[in-house]
Structure formats: structure tokens, C-alpha cells
Design a protein around this ligand. Structure first.
Ligand code: HEM
Length: 535
């Protein structure tokens, strides 16, 4: 090997071992690529023009040779290290998953059902599966509390850079800052605040019921209506006005943009270094820029119009106004307004679709629920929380089809963490795919059956309640859980009180489940049903 190749190889190996191997580089990816391009062009120009005496002595083509050997050495070092010497080498998993995150991306891209793909990997490899070079998927029952419980020392992973440079409460990775911001959000979701939201929920539940009553006896894709409902409610909570999709019967720009974004996140969520390119490259980023300009407009409008009854955004705005108005604080406020809609729309819509899928497929269960609803003086939320079967149905929907099925990403602290007797080194990305955990026989008896009574009269069917965290647990758990439950109860009760629901002809439970998609949040693209007025 000549001197130039030797220098290229040594600098390549050193750059990988000393630099890229340690720390996170996702956000710096565009700067790294630009640096390489500028350096390479400079060296190639020096070579081509024979500018320095020292370079002329190297012979023509030295720059190309240097750049190529350097890049080849970086990748060779990376591949060999990841395949054979990585601190996760003793954990099983597909060989290609060790090498690159492109493997998990390939699994997602197959059918956007990463939760199913991960489930298959766990069946082959056991409780701990290497899903990426530095990433483990864990279904050991002890992992849930260890990773997400109140005592967990784990932090949020690099996935949470997803809306960078905006940082919402959900994407806040700094623990202290997250705790400070979470206190503000919690005021917006206190029991008192939630009670004041009930008239809004009732308003949109009535709009939903009336939209559905115009379709009686015909087949409709009810998933679309649930999407409209959950977006309209969250539009009201975040921007002081509904998106009016239930009234107009049309998708809004916000909904189509968000769904396109979530599909990209579902596809490329394991290649987080790609996101800065999507956002930064002119031409590629026009949709991104257009969306955030649109959102800026919504926030601006909301800031000028404080609603008579405070909404969730009121609390965030108050905190923003009480603190120094930095550019980052403004970005974060916009990130938070986005989060209200993102967190509260698809999750609720998907869960409603799953609930109605099982009710439509199970007439005796629907009748049982209806007779309990008939016995209530009215459908106010305080009465609905007394109907155990309603909560049992909601819990079973969330257990079999959790709204965030592949789980949420965490990073182990430098000293590592021990889970189920297995030590996981520091700086490792870990997650519990709750879809699999909730279907594990160690945690639930008859795990694949939809049995609402496991939460009411047959509680022995729940073997390990601690793992049941559809809203996550600990400091990063869902801030809007109580609001979500209120929506799920009110909509399910409101519709079932008035209508019977059946699956449309040619639609089966299995067929609908086969079409579920994992875009970080669960998506139920189509659920064809028929509503009929109850006799
Ligand atoms: C069925 C409905 C819902 C489910 C299953 C659900 C589930 C979850 C889960 C699993 C997380 C953790 C995400 C993570 O760690 O990355 C989360 C976070 C969050 N959810 Fe929900 N959610 C639902 C509805 C709502 C609603 C209606 C809101 C209201 C705006 C909401 C607001 C939030 C917020 C603000 C966070 C971030 C919390 C934090 O990081 O401190 N969610 N949710």
C-alpha cells in the first residue's frame, strides 16, 4: 500500500473509532457530509492544479486515492466493528441488523407493520433482539418497569430529535427541562381543567353523531369520521378553533400533512440522521417549510384570541409569556401546539376504530354495553366512568392494538442497566414493543383474545398488570390520558346508545387487522361498517 492509501486508511479507521463510534451524530449529519464534500473538492483541486510543490511529488490522482481509501476505511471499520466487536455482540438478532439501521427501515418499509416484524424476530431470537447496530428490542416482562417506570434512569433516545429545531414536551430530552415543562402541561390536564373540557367533548361528540346519522344503513369508512372527530377536538384545544372536518366532511391540510409526516416517520424512524437532510435541502424541504409556516399562522391566530374557557394551549401560553422570549422558546411553543394535535388525534382515532371494529364484530358484546348505557340516567362523563364494561372494552382495544405499538425509544445511562438479570451496556437504544408485551402469555392469559371481562369480572386473566402501559408510564407518560379516556368513553357511549353497528358486507375483523399500519402511532386506514338506528 502506498503512502497516500495508508494515510487514507489510517485516518478513516481513526475517524470511525475515535469520532463516529462515540456520541450521537444524527443532527450533525448534513455538516459532516458538507465537510467531506468541501475537503474532497479542495484536495481534488490541489491535485488537479498541482498547486503545491509537496503535492506534485505525490503523483497525479493522489487526492482521489486519499478520499476513496479514507471513505472505504471508515465503512470497513464500521462494519467490522458492528458485526464482531460491538458491546452488543452477545445479543442475538438478524446479522444485517447488527450492521445498519437500514435493516429496521427495510422491515418497516415492507408493509409499515414494524410491530409485526419485531414480534416475528422475538419469536425466533427470544426476549432480547438486536434491532439495529446500537439498538435492542426487549420483551422481557421486567423491562417495562425498568425502562419506563418512575425509577427509570433512562433518557429519551435520538428519535426525539424528530421535530428539531423545535422541541415539544414529548421531544424534550433534557430531564430537568422536561420536568419543568411537564408541570405546566399537567396544569392543563388537572381534574379541574379536564372537567371544563367536557362541554367541548360533548359538542364534537354531537357533531360526530349527527354526521354518522346522515349515513345510516349505508357502508361508511368510520375511521375517517374518528379522524375528523379527534382532529376537530384537538384543533379546538390547541388553536381555539375546530378544523371543522366533521361539519364540512373534508380533509384539512393539517390532517393530510400530518399523515404524510407520520408515514415518513414510520418509514425512516430508524434513520434519524436523514431528517435534517429532509428539512435542510432546498427543494426537498418545501412541504416541511410550508407546513410550519401554516402552523405559525395558526399559533399567531390563537395568541390573538384567548378563548372564554381556557384550553390546553392557554397554560402553555401563560408559561411562555412568563419567561424570557427567546427564539428557542417560541420554536418550542410552536412545537407544543403541534404536539397537542399529534399526540391527541391519531392515537384517539385509532383506538376508537379498534373499539368499533370489535363491537361491530361482536353483537352480543355490543348489546351488553347498550343495555348498561340504557340504565344510566344520562351519558355525562361522571356516569360513564361507572360502567366497568366500557373501560374493559377500551382497555382491551389498547391492549391488543396499542396506539404506539412499537413502543418508545430510550437510551441506557453510561453505567448501563440490568433488565431481567441481563446487563445492557451504557449508551444503548432500547425499547419495549408493547404490541408484543401485551400479547405475551407471561403477562396475560388467552393473550390474543379480546376479553373485556379480564378487566372486570375475570381479573385472573391479567397476570402481570405492571406491564400494561398503553399510555406509557413514569415521568414521560401520556399527559393527556384522562382527556383521551373521556373522549373514548363519550364517543363510544354516544354512538352505541343511538345506533347498532355491524361490519360492512365483505369486511372481516382479520382483513381490517391486516391493514393496520405502524407510523409510530397506529393507523387504521379503513374500517367499513354500517350504522343503523336502534329499534
Ligand atoms: C388513546 C389515546 C392516547 C394514547 C394511547 C396515548 C399514548 C401516549 C404514549 C404511549 C405516550 C408516550 C410517548 C413517548 O414517550 O414518546 C404519550 C405521550 C403524550 N401524550 Fe398521549 N396518548 C393518547 C391521547 C392523548 C391525548 C388526547 C393527548 C392530549 C393532547 C395526549 C397528550 C400527550 C402528551 C402531551 C404526551 C407527551 C408526554 C411527555 O413526554 O411528557 N395524548 N401518549
Amino acid at each position: 500500500m502506498g503512502t497516500v492509501s495508508l494515510i487514507g486508511a489510517l485516518t478513516g479507521i481513526a475517524t470511525h473509532i475515535l469520532l463516529y463510534r462515540v456520541g450521537e451524530w444524527d443532527l450533525a449529519a448534513p455538516s459532516i457530509v458538507s465537510t467531506y464534500i468541501i475537503l474532497s473538492i479542495t484536495l481534488l483541486t490541489l491535485d488537479w492544479t498541482n498547486s503545491f510543490t509537496i503535492t506534485t511529488s505525490l503523483g497525479p490522482g493522489w487526492a482521489k486515492q486519499l478520499v476513496l481509501t479514507h471513505i472505504t476505511a471508515v465503512y470497513t471499520s464500521m462494519i467490522l466493528y458492528r458485526a464482531f466487536f460491538h458491546r452488543l455482540r452477545q445479543f442475538p438478532g438478524p446479522f444485517l441488523a447488527r450492521i445498519s439501521n437500514f435493516y429496521a427501515t427495510y422491515l418497516s418499509a415492507k408493509r409499515l407493520q414494524l410491530f409485526e416484524e419485531t414480534e416475528r424476530l422475538h419469536k425466533v431470537h427470544g426476549d432480547y433482539v438486536r434491532l439495529g447496530p446500537t439498538e435492542l428490542s426487549i420483551i422481557n416482562p421486567e423491562a417495562v418497569v425498568a425502562l419506563y417506570g418512575p425509577q427509570s434512569q433512562l433518557a429519551k433516545g435520538p428519535w426525539y430529535h424528530v421535530i428539531h429545531p423545535r422541541v415539544s414536551l414529548q421531544t424534550e430530552r433534557d430531564k430537568k427541562e422536561h420536568a419543568r415543562r411537564r408541570k405546566v402541561w399537567d396544569q392543563g390536564f388537572s381534574s379541574k381543567a379536564i372537567r371544563t373540557y367536557e362541554p367541548r367533548i360533548t359538542k364534537y361528540t354531537t357533531q360526530l353523531t349527527s354526521a354518522i346519522s346522515q349515513t345510516l344503513d349505508t357502508e361508511i369508512n368510520v375511521s375517517k369520521y374518528f379522524n375528523y372527530y379527534s382532529f376537530d377536538v384537538m384543533g379546538d384545544m390547541a388553536f381555539g378553533k375546530s378544523f371543522d372536518m366533521l361539519l364540512n366532511g373534508e380533509d384539512t391540510y393539517f390532517l393530510t400533512s400530518l399523515h404524510a409526516d407520520m408515514t415518513s416517520i414510520g418509514l425512516f424512524g430508524h434513520l434519524t440522521w436523514l431528517f435534517p437532510f429532509f428539512k435542510g435541502i432546498p427543494g426537498l424541504n418545501w412541504q416541511y417549510k410550508r407546513f410550519w409556516e401554516f402552523l405559525d399562522g395558526l399559533v399567531g391566530g390563537r395568541v390573538m384570541n384567548e378563548p372564554a374557557v381556557p384550553d390546553v394551549f392557554s397554560w402553555l401560553l401563560r408559561d411562555y409569556n412568563d419567561r424570557p422570549k427567546t427564539a428557542q422558546a417560541q420554536l418550542n411553543l410552536h412545537g407544543d401546539s403541534y404536539l397537542i394535535v399529534v399526540a391527541g388525534s391519531d392515537t384517539t382515532a385509532a383506538t376508537l376504530s379498534i373499539i368499533f371494529l370489535y363491537l361491530a364484530a361482536n353483537p352480543p358484546l355490543a348489546k351488553q354495553l347498550q343495555s348498561l348505557l340504557d340504565s344510566l340516567p344520562d351519558l355525562s362523563h361522571k356516569n360513564l366512568i361507572e360502567v366497568d364494561l366500557l373501560d374493559g372494552i377500551i382497555n382491551e382495544a389498547l391492549r391488543l392494538h396499542p396506539a404506539v405499538p412499537s413502543g418508545t425509544q430510550r437510551v441506557t445511562p453510561p453505567e448501563g442497566v440490568t433488565v431481567g438479570g441481563v446487563h445492557i451496556p451504557g449508551g444503548v437504544i432500547v425499547q419495549c414493543p408493547v404490541y408484543s408485551v401485551f400479547r405475551d402469555e407471561r403477562n396475560f392469559e388467552k393473550p390474543t383474545e379480546f376479553l373485556p371481562t379480564r378487566w372486570t369480572t375475570e381479573q385472573h386473566l391479567v397476570k402481570n398488570k405492571a406491564v400494561f402501559i398503553p399510555f406509557n408510564a413514569g415521568p414521560y407518560s401520556c399527559a393527556g390520558k384522562q382527556l383521551a379516556l373521556m373522549e373514548l368513553r363519550c364517543v363510544t357511549a354516544g354512538l352505541m346508545k343511538q345506533f347498532d353497528v355491524t361490519l360492512a358486507e365483505g369486511t372481516s375483523l382479520e382483513e381490517v387487522l391486516g391493514k393496520l399500519r405502524d407510523t409510530f402511532t397506529l393507523v387504521v386506514p379503513e374500517l367499513e361498517v354500517v350504522f343503523r338506528r336502534r329499534g
